[in-house]
Design a binder for this molecule. Structure first.
Ligand code: SF4
Ligand code: SF4
Length: 356
């Protein structure tokens, strides 16, 4: 990949939330304090430098933005208040837009008006759907459940597989990383380890493992709630075990995301100081998902759901907005790209080792 300078790149990055990174005078403090940076994989100073110089293609082919778990340590210690941690976050947003073949990710990140229009469109879609079924609860729940099943599959096949192939192309194929099949297979456990444990987040913020623990429980609770609602049909089951399981999962999703929302409001830590609309959307919608799913099941168990169809409509709206906007094009996708980022990094490191 050529190192062509794009003078407009700085302005482009600002639309993804980067603030004041031009103030950097290249002292290297951020890299020195970052507990995840190594001599082989050194960041964030290098990323700040490439961004200031407008070396867009070098960043496009880099996996380093995915190696940062945003503890905020670099930002706290930067003598120039150049906010290197927020720059790394902005690069992840920008890369998400670069990987996305539809172009919708970029639009959502750059335009609040577009985000609000997309959310409103989904709300209208849910109301039209409800109206077509005369707001009959049983019918709506049946098709709502089918929607959940098919949307998971559709988002994976139509959006994520092509986007991850593009990421692979930009970061492995185009930079001509020489990796054979053995390296791909040997590195595969890294993909799942990072996906399910986020273990680098633990190393990132050594003094505050509570944040890592919250993330870990949230990932487990969210994924198992998805499984319970989609495959165990939580809203339609009479199984005591499944009902209780769904309550526990949705409770954890709600409680942990409420804490995340509160941290963003308080702005006590560097990582919460510059929340973008995409950050708010992610935590608030996940919180609403947990809350409305919990309440729908309470309404079913207390048999008041028949006279309160609106509760299911609210849940379905939140779910549909989450599934067709936030998961494929918003911050949820970072979870997947980061896991693949760690996998591809391992492949790069292994192929480098083989060459030396
Ligand atoms: S600590 Fe701040 S000024 Fe120093 S290299 Fe990092 S971003 Fe630049
Ligand atoms: S936010 Fe934390 S992990 Fe990310 S670059 Fe800064 S110090 Fe490193």
């Amino acid at each position: 990949m050529t190192s062509k300078i794009n003078p407009a790149f700085q302005d482009k990055l600002k639309k993804y939330g980067a603030v004041n990174f031009n103030a950097c005078y290249n002292c290297g403090t951020c890299t020195a304090v970052c507990s995840l940076s190594t001599p082989e994989e050194s960041f964030p100073r290098e990323m700040v430098r490439l961004s200031s110089l407008g070396l867009e293609n070098d960043i496009k082919s880099s996996l380093k933005p995915w190696e940062c778990y945003y503890c905020g340590e670099c930002t706290e210690n930067c003598p120039q208040t150049a906010n290197p941690g927020e720059l790394m976050m902005s690069l992840r947003r920008w890369l998400t837009a670069v990987y996305d073949w539809t172009g919708l990710s970029g639009l959502l990140y750059r335009s609040l008006a577009f985000t609000i229009s997309a959310l409103s469109l989904v709300l209208i879609g849910v109301l039209v759907f409800g109206n077509a079924l005369s707001f009959q609860l049983t019918e709506m729940m049946h098709y709502g459940h089918l929607f959940e099943m098919y949307v998971v599959f559709a988002v994976l096949v139509i959006i994520f597989i092509p986007n991850i192939a593009r990421m692979w192309n930009f970061t492995i194929l185009k930079p001509k990383v020489k990796a054979n099949l053995r390296i791909y297979i040997k590195s595969l456990p890294d993909l799942f380890i990072h996906m399910f444990t986020q273990k680098r987040a633990k190393d990132c913020d050594k003094e505050d493992n509570f944040r890592w623990l919250e993330h870990f429980i949230l990932v487990l609770a969210y994924l198992s709630l998805l499984f319970t609602t989609v495959f165990l049909n939580w809203f339609g089951t009479n199984s005591f075990f499944v009902v209780v399981l769904g309550y526990v999962e949705s409770f954890f999703v709600f409680v942990i995301t409420t804490d995340f929302v509160s941290s963003r409001i308080k702005k006590a830590k560097a990582l919460n100081k510059f929340s973008q609309p995409s950050d708010w959307l992610f935590v608030i919608w996940l919180m609403l998902m947990g809350l409305t799913a919990f309440l729908v099941r309470v309404f079913i168990d207390t048999q008041i759901i028949d006279n309160n169809v609106w509760m299911y409509i609210v849940h379905l709206t939140v779910l549909a907005q989450w599934a067709v906007i936030i998961v494929p094009f918003g911050k949820w996708s970072h979870f997947l790209y980061r896991s693949f980022g760690m996998y591809f990094s391992r492949i790069k490191a292994e192929s480098e080792k083989r060459r030396n």
